[in-house]
Ligand binder design. Structure first.
Ligand code: ITT
Length: 183
């Protein structure tokens, strides 16, 4: 089975390729632009994005909207994570977190999957913390400043290991439970 992964983010493509191959699913990467509506819910962004893509006649695909939610910043940047990464980046987040004792944060990944005429939406989560400094060269985006175990950043662990514990890896597990019901 082949599923189209629609994203502008090459880091996500690599992770889906690895995570889905263990379930015998191949991916085809497509870049199809769609608007991300302004809302506080990742699931709403995904639901609306799926409708836009289906309206173009595309089927059997995955889209993914993810974000980091930092407790001390009342969940910021959350759904604005892409914009914040592009503007102030990881360094800017570390500045906002300067002298902050509560480093708790969670990463969330919402996958919208259209398969065999059905829509599936799942939300995976990874709890952890914002590190004091950027660490590691693996991964992408916020990986150098987010840690799931309080020690290593997600950019310091191999992708296979990241997929075992990450928001995206957890979302893929939930997705596969649903896919098994329809194939
Ligand atoms: P698409 O919407 O085209 O898929 P994007 O990079 O804009 O790509 P998101 O809006 O989902 O994707 O991502 C929000 C931000 O969070 C963006 O800066 C990503 O690089 C970052 N991000 C997403 N998943 C991540 C992960 O697993 N680890 C670290 N950063 C991540």
């Amino acid at each position: 089975m082949i599923i189209k992964v629609i994203t502008s983010n090459p880091g996500k493509v690599k992770e889906y390729k690895e995570a889905l191959s263990s379930f015998g699913i191949d991916i085809e990467h497509l870049r199809i632009p769609y608007d991300e509506i302004q809302t506080s819910e990742l699931t709403e962004v995904v639901r609306n994005g799926m409708d836009q893509i289906k309206a173009k006649g595309v089927t059997d695909f995955i889209i993914d909207d993810s974000g980091i939610f930092i407790d001390a910043l009342n969940g910021f940047p959350g759904v604005f994570s892409a914009y914040v990464q592009k503007t102030i980046g990881n360094r800017g987040i570390l500045v906002l977190m300067n002298n902050e004792d509560n480093r708790k944060a969670n990463f969330q990944c919402c996958i919208g999957c259209n398969l065999k005429g059905k829509d599936i939406i799942v939300l995976g989560r990874c709890d952890g913390s914002v590190l004091e400094n950027e660490k590691g060269n693996e991964g992408f985006g916020y990986d150098p400043i987010f840690s799931h175990d309080g020690k290593r950043s997600l950019a310091e662990i191999p992708m296979k290991e990241k997929n075992m514990i990450s928001h995206r890896g957890n979302a893929v597990k939930l997705l596969m439970n649903e896919i098994k019901k329809i194939i």
